[in-house]
Design a protein around this ligand. Sequence first.
Ligand code: MG
Length: 366
Amino acid sequence: MKRRDLLKTAAAACVAPALVPGTHAAAPASLETTIVRLNLQHAWTTTMSSSEYRDTLHVAYSHDGITGHGEGAPIVRYHEDAASARKAVESVRDLALAADPMQFSKFMAEVFRRVEGEWAGKAALDIALMDWVGQKLGIPIYEYFGLDPKDTPLTTFSIGIDTPEITRQKTREAAPYPILKVKVGLDTDEATIEAVRSVTDKPLRVDANEGWKDKEEAVRKINWLEKQGVQFIEQPLPAAMIEETKWVRSRVHIPIIADEACQHAADIPKLAEAFDGVNIKLDKSGGILEAYRMIQIAKALGMKTMLGCMISSSVSVTAAAHLSPLVDYTDLDGNLLISNDPYQGVRVENGKLMLPKRPGLGLTPA
Ligand code: MG
């Protein structure tokens, strides 16, 4: 053998192990759960909490040489944290490893039956499976649902509760976004809106996060907000005050959207008279499949639909964005509020959600 051929053979021998056909196809299914700490660019304050970081649960599901990624952001209001979400996913590990991932609806129905609560954990698992399914079929998730990526709505960019000075600074930083969502619900609401309005005249959407406690106060504030160019109000009163919200709705002119009052598909019919629409989040619903059901039920009841998110990485936000061609409004900015996103997925151009065209979620490492 000539020296040149010998070198070629040696080089081939070095790479050979990775090229043996079928080695990855024969690999058993695996499931990895990791708690990831996401750092916020600004401390994030709403009526419910204030923090500088959020821990979310990440799930990686591998089968047949394909890995699907999922994420769930646990919601304190529903008594969840990252550790409890992880424990919930670990409790169905054996079921997940034995399941046929193409029977994802059957599998997730069984997970919903076995696990009580822990919606963020369920969402992480559902998203990982749907990412896997999309990659297996070679199509993006929006295509699996028969949607046109050109139909994505504009997303709002959220401004958490802060001092007027920092609110003005955040509003200036939000210059690339044509619609803003402003958090209110404390006793500083007027000062917050005035601070935003001192910087910009763009359309605003306002989220009170159950912050107002009586119906007269809600009517007074909503009618004032309408005069400030606010398009709709999210969850003005506590979730349980459905009758009072119905009373408020008959006295205001802008739509009222349910968020904390609307967690699952079964919640929606009883909300139809009190609210004009619902804000659906994968972390509340338990994933893409339940969120899709919720969108269809809300539409059937003549309600507006919105997709929102918690503070999370591009995994969860991109998963929601794949369903966004179906809805009227989106608030999918959780990944834009953090400084250490491990992935890239959906992008925002002048407020418009731009879906990746790669199979599954279409994620790439950041
Ligand atoms: Mg909300």
